[in-house]
Structures are given as C-alpha cells and as structure tokens.
Design a protein around this ligand. Structure first.
Ligand SMILES: Cc1ncc(COP(=O)(O)O)c(C=O)c1O
Length: 395
C-alpha cells in the first residue's frame, strides 16, 4: 500500500453546500445578528431532537457547565463527584463554585464512570454528580439515576462527546437534571468552531437561565408609554448573589447548528460504520482493546480510543505511537491525563484520588485520528498501517 500521511485533525467534519448556504444567508440577512430567530429555531430543533422541554444555546459547552454549576447551588463545604478521566472543562466550572471535587474512577471496560464507581464516594456533603459520556459512549444512566434518587443528588450529564448516543433509544442528555453539549470544532457537529447547548430538566431550574445567559437583560414587565425609558430593557438576576454572564451564541452559528441537526444522525452512522470496520480489522490483535459496549447502548464514536495491552510483547503505547508516527505517518495520540495529576488541580487542593482504572487506562491508551472528513483511502491506509505496526511490535 502507498505511503500516506494521516494527521490528527482539529476539524471534526466538513460542511455541505446547504450548510454553507445557511451561513451566507444568516451572514447577509440576519437582523439582529445575535439573539434572533436563528437562535430560537436552533433551540426548537434541538428540543425536538432530544424530546425535551428546555434547551438554551450558549457560546460553548464550558458555559453550559458553568450554568449547570451555578444553578446547582453548590457552595463551599459541598462535594461534587466528577470523573477523573475527562477533559478539564468538565471540572473547572465546578471547582469555581468553591465546592470540593471528589474524583470518580472509570469502569476498566467501558472507560466511563458507573454507579459502582460513584456509590462509595457519596457522603452527606455530596450534592452533585457529573457524568461524562466519554468518547461517545454513555454511562449506565439508569443505575446512576437510581443512585441520585436514593441519595437526593443532582446529576449533570456532560454530553460534549455524545450527541445522538443512546441507551435503548433514550438519548444522552435526557436523563439528568442538566445536560451540556459541545459544538466545538472537533466535535461530531460543530457550529463553526465554538458552540454549546444547556438542557435543563425542571421548569424551576430552567427559569433563571435566560437572565444568567445574557447579562441579566430582560424585558420590562407591563405596558410602558415610552418604550425607550428608562432603557430598552431591564437588568435583573433571578438568583440572589449570582451576577449574570454573557454566554450567547451568535445567529450565524445558530443557523448552521439548525441545519446540521438535519444530518447529525447520518454523520454519526458514518462514524459508527467506520469504527465497526476498524474494530473488526483488529480482531486478531487482542493487544488493542476497545471500549466494551453494553447491550442496548449506541456508541457514536466521537473518538476511537483503545488500550494498548502490551505486557505480553514487552512494548508500551509509546512504542506503538512512535512507530505509527515515524514509520507510517499516522498521528495517534494520548488523551485525558487524569485531572488530579495536573498542576492546576494539585495546586488548588484536588490532587488526591483513588482511581486505579483511570491511571491504568491513561498510562496505556492510544487514540486514533477519527475526523469524519478523512478519505476512505486514508482510513483504509490507517487500518493497514495499524496492523503492520502491531505485527512489527510482536516480533
Ligand atoms: C468531555 C468534554 N467536556 C467539555 C468540553 C468543553 O467543550 P467546549 O469546548 O465546547 O467548551 C469538551 C470539549 O471540548 C469535552 O470533550
């Protein structure tokens, strides 16, 4: 097979002509350019896609997590359970509240947290549990919601990597009290590089979101003779002691987001088909171990990550990654350093954890380039290169 190069890409997918036309239309016609009809349409279509009541478009998923952290009412002295194996944005908004982060371990086979890994961490101070559907595979939400009921906890689903994933048809983001989605440039669908959505289950917790999202900007109540006095709109916050933010997503991003929702399932289907092909092609290589998918779970493969189970051959994931990048020019990477190992978290008092599965996975992991715009020829080449590299490492 000809030698090629497969980069690690920061672009999850390309855009169709329909999506480009939607951008041009909004760019040339939208008035206003933020907080207008495209925002309303995007939120409406998103609510329909998930079958839920309250969704708020925001500038990114971190903002959605910030709002979930604020609305959870976390304070100094409270505890919040968060997976250690995830992107830092899952935890930073909760650290900011002053609550104590308690790190949850992943299940060694599914690579996401479970009711079993969360339960021993619950104390009288626990108020919130954040669950991350990492790489595109959901945690077992039914047993986690049972736990939430048993202990009276709020559940936040970090769905940044899981739009369209489901468990027996019940989509990611429809289980918890809050769900946070990302439309960052590398994600399964991107609103031009940045974007996010906050889903809130209860009417009560949803009602303050509009004020918090846009500098407390609210229409004045009641009729006014002179609409311009004292100003076009009022400034109010619905939660005492919390200053509002500006987390708005502009109209052009919303226009493309609405259009992308029409084909997110199709894009996910392409990812699933490719991942299935790759995993099958590695059948004779048990040293590459992929996430275990429980029955009824739909994995949407935001990423294609695996453990390089190397002791039998005395080789490490470093050996594999080095060979793949230097000889085959395929840029495999390692992701999600357990958060308690970062200086930022250690310095702030969150360096303690008992997460042997997170450590063991991180220390042996490999993550293959998996952007949707990769050509079929390059994808075939990556399969060929991976098998050849594994053969070589066995010698
Ligand atoms: C698991 C996870 N949570 C949160 C985020 C933050 O998303 P955003 O970049 O949209 O703020 C990301 C990705 O960037 C992520 O992968």
């Amino acid at each position: 097979m000809d030698k090629k190069e497969v980069p690690w890409s920061g672009r999850g997918h390309n855009y169709t002509k329909t999506e480009i036309d939607a951008v041009i239309e909004a760019m040339t016609q939208a008035d206003p350019l933020t907080q207008g009809t495209h925002l309303a349409e995007f939120e409406k279509k998103f609510k329909h896609y998930l079958g839920i009541e309250h969704a708020f478009a925001v500038a990114n998923c971190t903002n959605a997590l910030d709002l979930a952290a604020l609305l959870s009412g976390l304070r100094n002295g409270d505890e919040v359970i968060i997976p250690a194996h995830t992107f830092c944005a899952t935890a930073i908004p909760f650290a900011r509240t002053g609550a104590k982060i308690v790190w949850a371990d992943i299940d060694p086979q599914t690579l996401v947290v479970s009711a079993e890994t969360i339960r021993p961490l619950i104390t009288e101070k626990t108020k919130v549990v954040v669950v991350v559907h990492l790489y595109g595979l959901m945690s077992d939400m039914e047993s986690i919601m049972d736990l939430a009921k048993e202990f009276g906890l709020l559940i936040v689903e970090d769905c940044a990597q899981a739009i369209g994933a489901d468990i027996n048809g019940e989509k990611a983001g429809t289980f918890g009290d809050f769900a946070c989605f990302s439309f960052h440039g590398a994600k399964n669908m991107s609103t031009l590089g940045e974007g996010g959505m906050l889903v809130v289950r209860s009417n009560e917790l949803a009602s303050p979101v509009l004020g918090l999202r846009h500098n407390g900007s609210r229409p004045y109540r009641g009729e006014r003779d002179q609409y311009w006095k004292p100003a076009m709109s009022n400034v109010e916050s619905d939660i005492d002691g919390i200053w509002p933010y500006n987390f708005c997503l502009g109209e052009i991003a919303c226009a493309v987001g609405s259009t992308l929702l029409d084909r997110i399932d199709e894009m996910n289907a392409q990812r699933i088909a490719r991942a299935t092909r790759f995993i099958k092609a590695m059948r004779d290589y048990p040293e590459i171990v992929f996430q275990k998918m429980p029955t009824g779970f739909k994995h949407i493969y935001h990423l294609l990550a695996a453990r390089f189970d190397s002791p039998k051959y005395g080789k490490s994931n470093d050996d594999f990654i080095r060979l793949m990048s230097t000889k085959y020019r395929v840029k495999v990477i390692v992701q999600y350093y357990p958060l308690y190992r970062y200086p930022l978290f250690i310095k702030n008092g969150f360096g303690e954890a008992n997460c042997p599965n997170s450590d063991a996975f991180y220390d042996n992991m490999v993550s293959f380039p998996f952007h949707l715009w990769m050509t079929e020829t390059d994808f075939d080449y990556m399969i060929h290169a991976t098998r050849a590299a594994l053969d070589e490492l066995r010698r």
